[in-house]
Write a protein that binds this ligand. Structure first.
Ligand SMILES: C[S@@+](CC[C@H](N)C(=O)[O-])C[C@H]1O[C@@H](n2cnc3c(N)ncnc32)[C@H](O)[C@@H]1O
Length: 276
């Protein structure tokens, strides 16, 4: 049997739950990211220019970005594997039938889903790419993107940039924020986060810890696992999987990246001469 080493480790249970647990409570997710709107404006602008003929979004979740794209008249397809997030999206579509006719939702794994059509614009939004933990995950996913991209089409992804301060945090230390009312349980909860970086897998494991005030016995923890792609590594993976990065932005206002960049947005085209 082939001997495994740290660099060829696959996806284990820890990574599977770290790509799933945070998306089980769609109401909490929606409340947590309610103020995040810059990326929506960015994608709406790009889609208005490049999305005529259809937009495919990988990791569409409950439609935080997909629904605004449909609202400007585009036909949209969303792929996600989280049943609770897609249930929330379907509820929204039921409440807004004028959008429902333009939106197709497909539940499945972005490394495998096959749609029998191609799109002028394919998106992988808000760190969804960070749920691809291994080289094989990335290869499978980018092969699907190539198969779903029209000739001359645009593939856009955004990912957070590894933050040395977060990677260096002591996992035994809980960083607490002010207690808040949990949108799903309607209870006041104490909340804190632990960061535990595995430098061999290049995975940041975030433990989100919730404790209902006065009821520590009902405390729970939600894990989130984010692969850390350093910018040059990301560019190399895209290159060797058939993409040319045509533009890189250091924020959603399309400013160039610099040493303080938090989120990278990459615009890519299929690379000429690539036969994958
Ligand atoms: C950070 S959320 C982004 C959701 C939405 N695009 C937004 O901006 O709010 C990441 C999404 O990726 C989905 N996801 C994670 N791994 C996946 C996979 N292997 N295949 C399909 N979807 C996946 C999760 O279910 C989740 O909805």
């Amino acid at each position: 049997m082939k001997k495994r080493h740290a660099l060829d480790g696959g996806r284990d249970a820890e990574l599977e739950s770290g790509s799933d647990a945070h998306y089980k409570d769609a109401a909490y997710y929606a409340a947590t990211y309610a103020d995040r709107s810059e990326d929506i404006d960015f994608y709406v602008g790009l889609a208005a220019e490049h999305g005529e003929g259809g937009v495919l979004e990988y990791g569409c979740g409950a439609g935080r970005i997909l629904l605004p794209l449909a609202r400007i008249g585009l036909t949209c397809t969303g792929v996600d594997r989280s049943a609770p997030m897609l249930a929330a999206l379907r509820r929204e579509l039921k409440a807004q039938p004028e959008l429902a006719s333009r939106v197709t939702v497909k539940r499945g794994d972005m490394r495998r889903v096959r749609l029998d059509r191609r799109f002028p614009l394919v998106l992988c939004t808000f760190n969804t790419f960070l749920h691809l933990y291994t080289r094989q995950d990335v290869e499978q996913f980018l092969a699907r993107v190539r198969a779903h991209l029209q000739r001359g089409g645009l593939f856009v992804l955004d990912t957070s940039v590894p933050n040395p301060e977060e990677l260096d945090r002591d996992p035994s230390k809980l960083t607490r924020v002010t207690p808040f009312r949990h949108p799903s349980t309607d209870e006041v909860v104490r909340y804190g986060e632990r960061f535990d970086y595995d430098p061999m897998r290049q995975v940041l494991l975030v433990s989100m810890e919730f404790e209902p005030k006065g009821a520590p016995e009902r405390a729970w923890m939600t894990p989130l696992a984010h692969r850390q792609f350093f910018p040059r590594e990301l560019e190399a993976l895209l290159h060797y999987n058939g993409f040319e990065v045509t533009d890189v932005f250091g924020d959603f206002e399309m400013r160039p990246p610099d040493a303080d960049t938090v989120d990278l947005a990459l615009l890519c085209r299929a690379r000429r001469g690539f036969s994958g």
